[in-house]
Ligand binder design. Structure first.
Ligand code: F6R
Length: 590
């Protein structure tokens, strides 16, 4: 979704800094960008469609100590320069960027038009500077006028605003994340920490319904509704700057796939007492529901199998976006497990809200420290994957599955066994992900790169991985890919198989092995070109990608070669795997 960075303080290169910081938010996905910086000649604004990476930060070299910048992921209004942020008031002095949606913008725009305001874009955002301008007619204090304007907005938003005649950065949040980065002589306000991690790792989190005003020397948090001051702790985040760089890799996606050599072991490093407490909470709950979106949802689906096979315990999975209909099953004794990499996904937050409204408890499994989901849950487990910058989720997925598998073992009082299983898996992945292995997968990508369709089958915990495989391939390579439960093939999808259609079979040495091999044979009989991802070779495989035999953790290793395959498919087809079209890293709208 949209990326925001603002800076105010003693630095004199705020314009350059804003552009550089914005480049670090590119991974969030966007279609246009804009920068505003206050200089001795007034506020300079530049905006355009396309990529910020092509912009030379030297263009913003004029001395400046107050600036903000934005990458836009279009919601209201097409991808045009006029619609790019920042947007300004009629006098051009009030400058605003927004992440989120102002739902009542049409009514506000009509009202402001009758008062003489002129609009140049078709965005919801543009009503914000005009409404602040209108409020300033009776409340000349800029920050107070921003607060008054916020009281009239409906929707979920994160706003950052500045005024040409003041040296203030003002921000407000309802629904979309905003984080303050604290430096000795200045403050950053950003939608995500990588924007300022280069400069500081000390942060303060804005909560929903709060605003913040800073002149670079001091900062004031307050409640938007009441105006009351709020005190905030300074928190040190542990993500390092190097983790947020590509290093030796061409793309973040490949770097993050490779990091699974270490990240799974980090995910396993959880406080024993906390995991046992959570396992007891799941036992005691009258109904446990697992929710997430996209890839995180596939981790939840896999966990249904973990809990069933390992712990003999029934849990219910629902995509977070469908959870609204589940409210009838919730009661104070229910438990919701919300799984999210970013910790900011709007649908997952909504599911938490529904559960809480029924008195149910919420356990969050997240990657992003200090994220909204992490802070709003009753208990939080961090998967410790480190920053995930590629839009396509890879190491976060396997971290989420590792934590869920660990909990399943804790439910049968076998936490040490679960930990050993996962640490052995991490070691096996370390051996597996060597250069010869990835080169071999690259040759398979080369062979199938021209195919227009690709199918993936799995059974048991490999079924959600088949669905996840399809997401991975679709989003980065734009090849039409679909995942199926192997047994479902003959009920329809098999009609799609023609001579040479690439089909991937995800296989484990488990109780469903014979069935999934039979399904692969059915595909081959219709001409399918079978790529088997399995611990053992089988005659049905035209190509065999070997994976270690890791028992209950098989789903975790089986998905990794598909991630590599998706990556190479994207690269071979000339697509940028880190920034797939139409997608955003953190989906903060419903
Ligand atoms: C796909 C992908 C998305 C996310 C989904 C949820 O590769 O990354 O499907 O998994 O948007 O995001 P989080 O985990 O941040 O809640």
């Amino acid at each position: 979704m949209c990326g925001i960075i603002g800076y105010v303080g003693k630095r004199t290169d705020a314009g350059v800094l804003a552009v550089q910081s914005l480049k670090r938010l590119e991974y969030r996905g966007y279609d246009s960008w804009g920068v505003a910086c206050k200089t001795k000649d007034g506020v300079i604004i530049r905006k355009d469609i396309g990529k910020i990476s092509t912009v030379d930060s030297a263009d913003f070299q004029q001395p400046s100590s107050l600036a903000m910048a934005h990458t836009r992921w279009a919601t209201h209004g097409g991808v045009t320069t006029e619609n790019a942020h920042p947007h300004v008031s009629c006098d051009g002095k009030i400058v605003v960027v927004l992440n989120g949606i102002i739902e009542n913008y049409e009514a506000l725009r009509d009202e402001l038009k009758t008062k003489g305001h002129e609009f140049v874009s078709s965005t919801d955002t543009e009503v914000i500077p005009h409404l602040i301008e209108e409020e300033m007619k009776t409340e000349p204090d800029f920050a107070a006028a921003v607060r008054r304007a916020c009281l009239r907005f409906e929707g979920r938003y994160g706003i950052v605003a500045m005024h040409a005649d003041s040296f203030l950065l003002v921000a407000a949040r309802t629904g979309s994340p905003l984080i303050v980065g604290v430096e000795k002589d200045g403050y950053f306000i950003a939608s995500d920490t990588p924007a300022f991690l280069e400069y500081t790792s000390t942060v303060q989190y804005l909560d929903d319904g709060e605003m913040v005003v800073t002149d670079g020397n001091s900062i004031l948090f307050s409640d938007i509704a009441t105006g009351e001051e709020r005190t905030k702790r300074e928190i040190e985040i542990t993500w390092s700057v190097t983790e947020a760089h590509k290093g030796e890799y061409d793309h973040f996606m490949l770097k993050e796939i490779m990091e699974q050599k270490q990240s799974i072991a980090r995910a396993v490093d959880q406080d024993e007492d906390q995991i046992q407490t959570l396992a007891r909470a799941i036992h005691a709950a009258q109904g446990t529901f697992l929710v997430g979106c996209g890839t995180a949802a596939k981790a939840c689906m896999a966990a249904e199998y973990f809990f069933s096979v390992i712990a003999g315990h029934h849990v219910n999975f629902a995509p977070a976006s469908e959870f609204k209909l589940y409210h009838r099953f919730l009661k104070p004794e229910s438990l919701l497990i919300a799984v999210s990499q970013s910790g900011e996904t709007a649908d997952t937050l909504e599911a938490m809200k529904i559960a809480k409204s029924k008195g149910a408890k919420v356990l969050a499994i997240v990657n992003a420290e200090g994220s909204t989901i992490a802070r709003e849950a009753d208990f939080t487990l961090h998967i410790k994957a480190g920053p995930e910058r590629a839009v396509a989720s890879t190491k976060a997925l396997t971290g989420q599955m590792a934590v869920l598998l660990l909990i399943a073992y804790a439910m049968i009082d076998k936490l040490p066994k679960g930990r050993t299983r996962l640490l052995e898996t991490a070691a096996a992945i370390n051996d597996m992900l060597n250069p010869r292995y990835t080169e071999f997968i690259e040759t398979i990508a080369e062979r199938i790169q021209e195919s227009s369709d690709l199918y993936i089958i799995g059974k048991g915990w490999n079924y959600p991985m088949a669905l996840e495989s399809a997401i991975k391939i679709q989003e980065v390579s734009y090849v039409h890919a679909e995942g199926f439960a192997g047994g479902e093939l003959k009920h329809g999808p098999i009609a799609l198989i023609e001579k040479g259609t690439p089909c991937i079979a995800l296989v484990g040495n488990d109780e469903v092995r014979t069935d999934i091999i039979s399904n692969a044979i059915e595909l081959k009989a219709r001409g399918g070109f079978i790529v088997g991802i399995a611990p053992e070779r089988h005659a049905v495989f035209d190509e065999w990608i070997r994976v270690p035999d890791v028992d209950t953790a098989q789903a975790i290793v089986n998905i990794i070669p598909v991630q590599v395959l998706a990556y190479f498919l994207a690269v071979k087809r000339g697509k940028d795997p880190d920034m797939p079209r139409n997608l955003a890293k953190s989906v903060t709208v419903k």
